[in-house]
Design a protein around this ligand. Structure first.
Ligand code: CA
Length: 218
């Protein structure tokens, strides 16, 4: 699942973007000023950053440089009429920009575009006898399609992107279900059981006592 950071000090705009991206299936977080944005960037991994230019504490240009140093694609959010900012932003390395106010459909299209561009090299993950196509969300096992549900696919992706790490049920739930974990162990366990069976990863996806699961890859 793609993780997006929204750095925007206007709460209404930030929340609007958040809601819409979340509904479109993205995992999002909001930072309401530049400092919070920098903190979040340094503490988490994001696939994309939506960045306002005029921000309290640390401005958008400084954050842009910071995000680029971590190779995170950036879409600038500029206010209407700030043409100079737009040009400056692109020159400084922003991957795209959106002018406020914008239509949600435009926002989603630009987000999708930038994500697609950046994942070009890593669209397909080959692991053991599986070939996982991230953009089309399809899985082949020895060349034959494996039918996974939406959550099972996200779960598989989470495992293969975090090999040899014990993942707590709590964080699995938060990442795949995008909701706080309230002890719904059965849901996770059932999904893991089905995923194991469908992908033939019975041995690799190991139950870690009292913790959760670990995807063993040697
Ligand atoms: Ca602002």
């Amino acid at each position: 699942m793609n993780k997006i950071l929204i750095v925007e000090d206007e709460e209404a705009i930030a929340n609007l973007i958040y809601m819409n991206l979340k509904n479109a299936g993205y995992f999002c977080e909001i930072a309401y000023d530049g400092q919070e944005g920098a903190d979040k960037l340094s503490e988490n991994h994001y696939d994309l950053c939506l960045l306002d230019i005029m921000l309290p504490k640390i401005n958008g240009y400084e954050l842009l440089a910071y995000a680029k140093s971590m190779e995170i694609p950036v879409i600038f959010l500029t206010a209407k009429g700030e043409t100079a900012d737009k040009v400056e932003g692109l020159r400084a390395g922003a991957d795209d920009y959106i002018t406020k106010p914008f239509e949600i459909i435009e926002l989603l299209a630009r987000v999708e575009n930038v994500l697609r561009r950046f994942q070009k090299v890593k669209q397909t993950i080959e692991v053991l006898d599986l070939s996982i196509d991230v953009s089309s969300r399809t899985v082949l096992k020895q060349g034959k399609p494996v039918k996974l549900t939406y959550k099972e696919f996200d779960l598989l992706l989470l495992f293969v992107q975090n090999p040899n790490i014990a993942l707590y049920r709590e964080s699995i739930y938060e990442r795949v279900w995008d909701a706080p974990y309230i002890g719904d162990q059965r849901t996770i366990d059932l999904h893991v059981q089905r995923l194991r069976r469908k992908t033939g990863l019975e041995k690799q996806i190991e139950t870690v006592y009292k913790v959760g699961y670990r995807f063993n890859l040697k």
